[in-house]
Ligand binder design. Structure first.
Ligand SMILES: [Zn+2]
Length: 273
């Protein structure tokens, strides 16, 4: 499945694998000028190549290495000759996607990407005559970047935003690093977010601030219960409820439990860029 929508100079491609009557966790990729930000899932490859017919594509930027963001790197490089750029920590996963260690549900929903060769991103890039700052935003993954254009206030957020609330985190996500990254982004004069999960979010700054407030309130509540002597599983049940389908379908890769644990036991230190 692929849906194409224009937003000013940006084309939004929303794509996913159709499984029976549903498309679970569709992902967005964005084209601006001849630059494509993320390449979606390998399961939408034919439709994506069709949708891009007539476009000129010289540059691919991956916001991070996850399989639904690098899925069509190789096909698009082969079709258009586009060069591929990502944070240096992402490059080994582009070269060997098996190293991502995909779980069965990830292979079913998004698929294993083909190998591709990327180059480390510079601190600024040009697309469609505009300059975008590359902002290092770890938390969702250690190699995550966002792209910001100060003239328009457009911010391409990859998977660091993904909505105003949080109920689940992946086992490898870091709550406090994500919050720090979001706070850095909220200091910018943001207008529109281009989010890989939610698509185009027009009240971008308010959306970022809403998510930050939600996460701060959640963390305060968790720590208060900890002070009152609650163990992590009771804190989880009281604040977020029981684990649900997300937990079981992802074989515990996404869980409410990890939201609580990541607040209670933050990873030591902050990775440098
Ligand atoms: Zn991701």
């Amino acid at each position: 499945m692929i849906r194409v929508r224009k937003y000013g100079e940006v084309t939004d491609f929303c794509m996913g694998r159709t499984i029976g009557p549903v498309v679970p966790y569709a992902v967005h990729a964005f084209l601006i000028g001849d630059t494509l930000i993320d390449t979606g899932t390998v399961y939408a490859q034919e439709e994506f190549l069709d949708a891009l017919k007539g476009s000129s594509l010289s540059t691919i930027i991956n916001t991070h290495h996850h399989e639904d963001h690098i899925g069509n790197n190789l096909a698009l490089h082969n079709a258009f000759g586009a060069s591929i750029h990502a944070h240096e920590k992402a490059l080994p996963f582009l070269a060997d996607p098996k190293a991502i260690g995909l779980k069965a549900y990830q292979r079913i929903v998004w698929g294993l990407p083909e190998k591709s060769q990327g180059q480390a991103l510079d601190s600024r890039i040009s697309c469609a005559g505009r300059t975008f700052d590359v902002i290092y935003t770890p938390g969702h993954s250690p190699d995550h970047v966002c792209l910001f254009n100060p003239d328009t206030g457009w911010l391409f957020t990859g998977d660091i935003f993904c909505g105003r609330t949080v109920r689940y985190l992946r086992r490898d996500e870091d709550f406090s690093l994500t919050l720090s990254s979001l706070k850095r982004l909220a200091e910018l004069d943001v207008t529109t977010l281009f989010c890989s999960l939610k698509g185009i979010v027009e009240d971008g700054k308010a959306a970022l601030e809403a998510k930050i407030s939600f996460m701060e309130r959640l963390a305060a509540e968790v720590l208060e219960l900890k002070e009152s002597g609650y163990p992590p599983c009771r804190i989880r049940r009281k604040i977020l409820g029981r684990e649900d389908a997300m937990y079981y379908l992802s074989t515990a890769h996404f869980s409410k439990e990890h939201v609580i644990e990541s607040i209670l036991f933050p990873a030591a230190g902050c990775p440098s860029d």
